[in-house]
Design a protein. Structure first.
Length: 67
């Protein structure tokens, strides 16, 4: 099955919601050796009929103390 190319974020998110499932994404990422990419299971949608999807921005942070 080929997934239709999207032209904006609304089309992309609609396609992802319809075609992809967590286990499929996880299997592909495992094969690519991306094994630390998922959010913890405690982060969930507010309601059962919702999904969580979006782009992530990696951030490196450190505590800085100044006196």
């Amino acid at each position: 099955m080929m997934i239709k190319k999207w032209s904006n974020d609304d089309e992309l998110f609609a396609t992802v919601q319809k075609e992809l499932f967590t286990c499929v994404v996880g299997d592909v990422m495992d094969k690519l050796n991306l094994v630390h990419q998922f959010l913890p299971p405690q982060i969930r949608p507010l309601r059962q009929n919702m999904i969580v999807i979006g782009r992530a921005m990696p951030v490196l942070s450190v505590d800085v103390f100044e006196e």
